[in-house]
Design a protein around this ligand. Structure first.
Ligand SMILES: CCCCCCCC(=O)SCCNC(=O)CCNC(=O)[C@H](O)C(C)(C)COP(=O)(O)OP(=O)(O)OC[C@H]1O[C@@H](n2cnc3c(N)ncnc32)[C@H](O)[C@@H]1OP(=O)(O)O
Length: 219
């Protein structure tokens, strides 16, 4: 067993694996605006009590808009390169369901490096509801998976989640800021042992212990 005290190694460039890379700063403001509006639309549709005429009219309008937008799709695996607060950069899939810049279904959760690992904040509405007024347990796991994956990637190199064990300690409420943190505990060959936490008002509501396995990068 070794404790990871080494500086982060050179991270691989996704282009070397045939994956296109988009600079986060180059995502057009118009696309960001569209993503935000569709995010709101999904929430409104999920909760609407509009009359049937309005629903039918909206469905036709959205069908038309969908056809206009469904052109020149991005390659699967398209990555976005984001500059981080500490001056480093990370790559993530642009449609990542938790953090993807262009995914209207993503909350989105943006994580930044800290002295310990990573940290981010997000507030979830009813799109992410499980029990009444509470965040769905699968989404709690998804947020924690993203956090442990990002912490591991930034501290070492990109990997896949081999194991994610979640302790649901307290109900995690909707409409409250969730503080999400993760830190690498230790590394062992390609395995990276990471802990992630969700806090509400400073109280831990969920905690995950994960094993990330770093992907082998051909020389
Ligand atoms: C920055 C972006 C953040 C994104 C966050 C989101 C992360 C994700 O959601 S990833 C998607 C979900 N995960 C997956 O789909 C992974 C599916 N599993 C796999 O592909 C493989 O099992 C994989 C890659 C984890 C390991 O396979 P492989 O590369 O062949 O490694 P392998 O040689 O079997 O094992 C390497 C080490 O890990 C250990 N290991 C592998 N699987 C497990 C497991 N489930 N539990 C515990 N240990 C494991 C092995 O015992 C071995 O340990 P040791 O070094 O002591 O011998």
């Amino acid at each position: 067993m070794t404790v990871n005290t080494q500086p982060a190694p050179q991270r691989p460039d996704p282009r070397a694996f045939g994956l296109p890379v988009v600079e986060q700063a180059d995502i057009p403001a118009e696309l960001r605006d569209l993503v935000a509006r569709v995010h709101t639309l999904i929430d409104v549709v999920a909760n609407t009590g509009a009359d049937t005429d309005t629903l039918a009219e909206a469905a036709a309008t959205i069908e038309d808009v969908t056809a206009r937008l469904d052109v020149a799709r991005r390659q699967i695996g398209t990555m976005v390169r984001r500059e981080l607060d500490d001056g480093t950069a990370e790559h993530g899939t642009i449609t990542n369901i938790v953090a993807g810049d262009t995914n209207p279904a993503a909350p989105p959760l943006f994580l930044q490096p800290t002295a310990e690992g990573v940290r981010g904040e997000v507030t979830l509405g009813t799109l992410y509801q499980g029990p009444p007024g509470l965040v769905h347990g699968g989404w709690i796991a998804a947020l924690l998976d993203q956090a442990v994956g990002t912490a591991s990637s930034l501290a070492t190199s990109p990997g896949l989640t081999a194991k994610l064990e979640v302790d649901y300690r307290r109900p995690t409420p909707l409409f409250n800021p969730l503080e999400i943190t993760a830190e690498v505990r230790r590394t062992e060959r390609r395995k990276v042992f990471v802990t992630g936490r969700i806090r509400v008002n400073g109280e831990i509501t969920a905690e995950a212990n994960a094993i990330m396995v770093r992907v082998e990068i051909p020389a």
